[in-house]
Design a protein around this ligand. Structure first.
Ligand SMILES: [Zn+2]
Length: 172
């Protein structure tokens, strides 16, 4: 049906626009090296979510509380509600981390306060990574983006799910 095609095209377009907005807004606050790395490794949708988490983490790195007990870091932004980060697996018990399996603001704050690099590729599960383009393809800078946006995706949620996630991540 044409309807379905149009719908998904529209959705893809909106995603592209929202990602470019996020990149623009956060480009100055988050260091360019980290921004580039996130966008190089992750699908646009995952990069969007991660940049939001990074942005919060950068904002509160100095004021957030991090209590390390054995192999867990208990991270709080308000001094009351703590989330537990597994320091070796970089997994957190917050809603965002549990639902997306992406590094959350708690993981980033722990890494920042522990003098670790904020972002490395091994934080990202395979399903959120950009597809590898066949070596026979002619490499162009725009091809990577075009490929990511036109290939049928199975790892993207509906807009409703996306909104729910963002709400949950803000409340956690
Ligand atoms: Zn978390």
């Amino acid at each position: 049906m044409h309807l379905d095609t149009n719908k998904s095209l529209e959705c893809t377009y909106e995603q592209a626009v929202s990602v470019s907005k996020v990149r623009y807004q956060h480009g100055c606050a988050i260091d360019p090296t980290t921004t580039r790395l996130v966008n190089d490794v992750c699908t646009p949708y995952a990069a969007d979510l991660i940049m939001k988490q990074l942005s919060v983490a950068y904002q509160f790195t100095q004021t957030a509380t991090v209590n390390i007990v054995e192999s867990e870091a208990f991270v709080s932004f308000d001094g009351t509600n703590f989330c537990a980060v597994d320091c070796s697996r970089m997994v957190c018990n917050c809603v965002f981390n549990n639902t997306t399996k992406l590094p959350c603001k708690h993981v980033f704050v722990y890494r920042a306060q522990s003098q670790m690099s904020m972002f490395t590729a091994d934080l990202i599960a395979q399903r959120w990574r950009k597809p590898v383009i066949a070596s026979t393809a002619t490499p162009t800078t725009s091809q990577c983006e075009a490929f990511a946006f036109t290939t049928p995706r199975t790892d993207i949620l509906s807009k409703t799910d996306k909104t729910d996630w963002l709400l949950m991540s803000q409340n956690s």
